[in-house]
Design a protein around this ligand. Structure first.
Ligand code: ATP
Length: 315
């Protein structure tokens, strides 16, 4: 039997970063937005004793680790262990469209997809609340890939509150050459805060909160207001580590994007367009500008990880 799960990537339409906590994390006010650009994970029952095996295809496949560190493999083993299964014999194939280490949580998405795929393959019927707990164990961005839509993430990002949203928004993602390490971008954010004299600890930086103007724009389906409210506190750090991204952002806004920001920890840049046609035009202009490796027009919000082939959950 085979189960295929489709899972969205995310863009953070607001990423508010608090000060560095004693445990090494930062408090976040993180508004996640799920986009149709996503991966597919296919789970196929393996021969007894094979354990979890992996394959990956797609433009960035060479950058995806196919060892035990892969989040999809970790998710399969975690789910099996949670249910006390003697073995997790499964082959996971990842059809990778999300840029790797691009700030779009592609690895987290694959982890969420593998949880859903293995749950269906092994007919476990794991309650959603339990899947969300397992997802949070795998990483801060994994629960959102299960939920999809638009949600506010607090804490390290793993405490999720779904947000009301109207309409469909048209996005363009400009993919950079090579990735950026998320921990390195947070360290650079702290360093820039120290350099600016504001301090970087959680006693010195105000705890971030969701921006009411951004939440109202989403609820109203107002793309122009959302574009005006887009913020990413990690953007100065990503630009400091990768100054060439400034030219990418300029190329997109010059081509008519109504909003632009670095996606999460970067280096992917995200652009909001007024409609699907404008998004195609922005993507074409970005490709022609030579300021990115690829540009994809897409839309959102879309639902979280869901079975497309095989037996859907709860049916
Ligand atoms: P985030 O936005 O959550 O910080 P990201 O989009 O910047 O993440 P990912 O694509 O999730 O980055 O990959 C970060 C690292 O995770 C990669 O460099 C890779 O070594 C590792 N990784 C583990 N599993 C996967 C996977 N299934 N796909 C891609 N990368 C993975």
């Amino acid at each position: 039997m085979t189960v295929t799960v489709r899972v969205p990537a995310k863009v953070n339409v607001q990423l508010g970063v608090g000060g560095l906590r004693a445990d090494g994390f930062h408090d976040l006010a993180n508004v996640f937005f799920a986009v149709a650009l996503g991966d597919e994970v296919t789970a196929t029952a393996g021969e007894p004793g094979t354990g979890v095996t992996l394959s990956c295809a797609g433009p960035d496949a060479d950058a995806v680790p196919l060892d035990d560190s892969n989040l999809a493999a970790r998710a399969a083993r975690l789910l099996a262990a949670h249910h006390g299964l003697a073995a997790a014999d499964v082959h996971l194939h990842i059809a990778k469209a999300v840029p790797v280490a691009g700030g779009m949580a592609g690895g987290s998405a694959d982890g969420a997809a593998a949880l859903v795929a293995c749950d269906a393959l092994w007919k476990l019927g794991t309650p959603v609340e339990v899947l969300l707990e397992l997802a949070a164990e795998l990483g801060s961005d994994v629960p959102f890939a299960l939920v999809g839509g638009v949600a506010l993430g607090r804490g390290r990002g793993e405490i999720l509150e779904p947000l009301p949203v109207a309409g469909t928004y048209h996005w363009v993602f400009a993919v950079a050459d090579g990735g950026l390490s998320t921990p390195a971008v947070f360290r650079e954010c702290d360093r820039l805060r120290e350099e600016a004299g504001t301090g970087s600890s959680d006693t010195e930086v105000a705890t971030p909160d969701a921006d009411p103007a951004l939440l109202a724009a989403l609820a109203d389906g107002d793309a122009a207001a959302l574009a005006a409210a887009l913020t990413n506190d990690l953007q100065p750090a990503a630009l400091s580590l990768r100054p060439a991204l400034a030219a990418t952002l300029r190329a997109g806004t010059g081509a008519g994007a109504i909003g632009a920001l670095v996606s999460g920890s970067g280096p992917t840049c995200a652009f909001l367009a007024k409609d699907a046609e404008a998004a195609e035009a922005v993507a074409a202009a970005l490709r022609a500008s030579g300021s990115c490796r690829a540009a994809h027009a897409t839309y959102g919000p879309v639902p979280g990880a869901a079975v497309t082939v095989g037996e859907p959950r709860g049916q």
